[in-house]
Design a protein around this ligand. Structure first.
Ligand SMILES: Nc1ncnc2c1ncn2[C@@H]1O[C@H](COP(=O)(O)OP(=O)(O)OP(=O)(O)O)[C@@H](O)[C@H]1O
Length: 269
């Protein structure tokens, strides 16, 4: 647990579907401090997306509550909430018939921002996510690579200058190198913009590399949470199983370590 007051707090949150037959989220209490990067991992159907949708008020909990900076989200106007919380979808969620500039500018437009200001903001955001302005502004989503589309998804989520970013498997569908590059770039943005981020990922290695803290979900319940080091000390068999892959990767990657402290070829410092 962190000592600072949480920016986002789930308190005994539950959500069922199909008349109670499916307990998607089952009595989850979880805090995220301001500036923290929290990864939520867990198998398919464990309740990760439902947890995000509850925070964003896309759905309402059956019981418990979610607060942002101490305020119950149920009391916050949904438009105001979307301004405070950026949301990045796995598929990018871009509107196919709209240009990249229009996709990125949609939230400022809905908020009544004057067109000139929107155009300037779109260019600023393209720079921020490292996409060339002139090359990309007028293209359509199908004219971009998967990685570029996800960069646009991040830019669009940042358009209204939110303090909080919720990301649902944002880099899951990308090849490993692109995934790595986008993860690193996003982590840098998280820091430089002072964001608080909750990111769902299936990939424990990605969670360890990017997040300050990791929450493990299973069957709607929060099974474990902590820093990567804390989790690696967990005796829970499922947590151990999730950590199996990164452990094996780490062991195999040992062979890439320079021997006897010698500098790697190329003389990088
Ligand atoms: N609108 C809905 N109506 C009925 N059941 C739902 C609904 N949304 C989610 N569920 C069910 O709730 C459970 C949790 O789903 P959720 O999407 O939160 O899991 P997840 O951990 O995000 O899975 P994945 O990693 O596959 O995206 C699943 O059994 C799912 O089928």
């Amino acid at each position: 647990m962190t000592s600072a007051a949480p920016l986002i707090a789930f308190q005994h949150v539950s959500k069922s579907f199909d008349g109670g037959a499916i307990k998607a989220v089952d009595d989850v209490s979880l805090d995220t401090a301001e500036g923290e990067f929290l990864a939520v991992v867990g198998g398919s159907g464990s309740g990760k997306t439902t947890l995000m949708r509850l925070a964003n008020r896309l759905i309402a909990p059956d019981s418990g509550n979610i607060t942002i900076a101490g305020e119950d989200v149920a009391q916050v106007d949904p438009i105001e909430l979307r301004r405070r919380i950026g949301y990045v979808f796995q598929s990018g969620g871009l509107f196919p018939h709209m240009s990249i500039a229009d996709n990125i500018g949609i939230t400022p437009k809905l908020l009544g921002t004057p067109p000139k200001e929107i155009a300037a903001r779109v260019d600023e955001l393209l720079d921020l996510v490292r996409l060339d302005r002139t090359q990309h502004r007028d293209r359509f989503p199908h004219e971009l690579s998967g990685g570029q589309r996800q960069r646009v998804g991040v830019a669009r989520a940042l358009a209204a200058k939110p303090r909080i970013m919720l990301m649902d498997e944002p880099f899951g569908a990308l090849d490993p190198l692109t995934r790595d590059a986008l993860g690193d770039d996003y982590r840098a943005l998280h820091r430089s913009l002072g964001l608080t981020t909750i990111m769902i990922t299936h990939d424990m290695t990605e969670a360890i590399l990017l997040a300050d803290r990791i929450a493990v979900m299973r069957s709607g319940k929060l099974l474990a949470e902590g820093t990567p080091t804390e989790l690696s000390e967990s005796t829970d068999p499922y947590v151990g199983e999730l950590l199996g892959t990164p452990r094996r990767q780490a062991e195999r990657l040992q062979i890439l370590q320079p021997k006897d402290g010698a500098a790697p070829q190329g003389g990088a410092t």
